[in-house]
Design a binder for this molecule. Structure first.
Ligand code: ZN
Length: 138
């Protein structure tokens, strides 16, 4: 199971709940402790600790301390997987083809369209907001 195919491996109702948790920004905190080792706090009935270990995009282990996760994949883990997957493009180097495409695309866009796009991304994605606030402190 990896970041690109986990949706095929997990019960749809757990996926849906995990996606909702992600969208509702219930991931209060996420840190990469070591390369590929993530620790997150997800707000459910109470605050749960989720650990995800990746090697590349391969999911090596998933752990959550909620009662449901005993031997099963839970919605808290799924929420964190969605978060990490969305954040993945930050890991691409500055010379990546994605960056090159983005530069070309931005050159063609009018500023109001770029601003609208940025606002939409800020609204939808906690990881973009985090990066934005970090930049404000520079
Ligand atoms: Zn859980």
């Amino acid at each position: 199971m990896n970041l690109h195919n986990f949706e095929e491996m997990i019960f749809p109702h757990i996926l849906d709940r995990g996606w909702d948790y992600y969208e509702e920004e219930r991931i209060e905190k996420i840190e990469q402790l070591d390369p590929g080792l993530f620790w997150a706090e997800v707000m459910g009935r109470t605050l749960y600790d989720v650990h995800v270990q990746l090697i590349g995009s391969e999911i090596i282990s998933l752990d959550c301390n909620c009662p449901y996760a005993d031997g099963k994949i839970c919605k808290h883990e799924v929420a964190v997987l969605y978060y990490i997957r969305d954040a993945e493009w930050w890991k691409e180097g500055p010379a990546s083809s994605l960056t090159m495409q983005a530069v070309q695309w931005m050159a063609k866009m009018e500023r109001p369209a770029l601003e609208a796009f940025l606002l939409e991304m800020l609204r939808k994605h906690a990881v973009v907001r985090d990066a934005f606030w970090e930049r404000q402190g520079d």
